[in-house]
Design a protein around this ligand. Structure first.
Ligand code: HEC
Length: 101
């Protein structure tokens, strides 16, 4: 029973996070940095890693080595790509992501 309760509260938190974290920057932090962090094991990434046009093509051409279609919806991915482009290396406001723990 205790296990079930904690499972339920986890689900509630995930649902709450999904509605609170709208917007590409938050989606990037939640959806991408979960893996691209020390804990996740994938190398650290940042919007400034690529120019806007490269980010645009990166996912459209399926360059990402891991299939994300089950964890990130098309709409979410588009929002993330917009944020990446906004802060890309050649953008008006390049920005590095904060290195996650
Ligand atoms: C399920 C875990 C996971 C998620 C979620 C994820 N990635 Fe990745 N990503 C990986 C792995 C694993 C690699 C391959 C790392 C390697 O080659 O050593 C990778 C590679 C990359 C690379 C190439 C890095 C390089 O140094 O060549 C980029 C860029 C990238 N991911 C961007 C993203 C973005 C942007 C998102 C969010 C939309 C994202 N990833 C979400 C696991 C993930």
């Amino acid at each position: 029973m205790k296990k079930l309760l904690s499972l339920l509260s986890c689900a509630a938190i995930v649902l709450a996070c999904n509605s609170v974290f709208a917007g590409g920057a938050d989606l990037f932090l939640v959806k991408c940095m979960g893996c691209h962090s020390k804990k996740g094991g994938a190398p650290f990434i940042s919007p400034t890693d690529k120019s806007a046009s490269v980010w645009e093509k990166y996912f459209k051409r399926h360059r990402h080595p891991v299939d994300l279609s089950k964890t990130i919806t098309k709409d979410e991915l588009n929002q993330i790509i917009e944020t990446l482009k906004e802060h890309a290396a050649d953008s008006d406001q390049p920005a590095s992501a904060v290195i996650p723990k």
